[in-house]
Each structure stands twice: as C-alpha cells, then as structure tokens.
Write a new protein. Sequence first.
Length: 126
Amino acid sequence: MRQMGLLILFTLLVKWLSIVSGALLLLAILPIWPDAYYELLRWIIFTSTIIVAWRRSHGIRPTIGLLLFGAIALLFNPIAPVHLNKFIWVVIYLISAIIFFSTIDYLEKEHVYRDLTTYLKKLRRT
C-alpha cells in the first residue's frame, strides 16, 4: 500500500514537472529573455526530461517515451550544449512543449493515476 502511495505521489510530481517544463518552453519562444534564461532553461529541461523519462519507462509503451525524452535530453544538455539558430530552437521549443504536455494526458490514462482519488479516500479513513 505504501509503495502504491509513493508511485502516485511521484506521478503527481511528474505531472506538475511536465506542466512547468512545457510552460517554460513556450515562454522561451518570446524573444525578450536574456541569455541566462536559456542557460537556466537547459538545466531545468534536462533535469525534468530525465525524471519524466524515468517515470514513463515504467508505464505503457516505454520505448516511445524514452526515445522522445532521450532526444530532448540530448538537445538541452547543459554540459555539452547544442548550438543552433533561433528559428530551429523555436521549433524545438514547440515540439518539446507538446511532448511534455502530452505526458500529462499519458499519465492521466494510466491506471495508477486514475486510482489517486481512491487511494486518498482510503488514507483518510485510516
């Protein structure tokens, strides 16, 4: 029972991490940010990608998720940065944001996430 609770909490963390990462990627499209924003964005997206990929690897169709998030991790690697022109980065930001937002839908369709309300009700009774 405790292990199920930890998986549900971790799934919620991944959901919120996906929302924040997707929003930061959409904000990166605006040309108003200093270079420090994009450097910080690399670290945040790289870390988020690793966490979300690990969670998706334990679900339905793990290969697709691992390939998508592996590609995002390579592009946003802060240690060995990839240098591309602004237009290509805008396309990458859009595609990456869509992938992060699709993870939310993916998690909601999973059995573990649907059982969250049931699990929380059981916890309140004990």
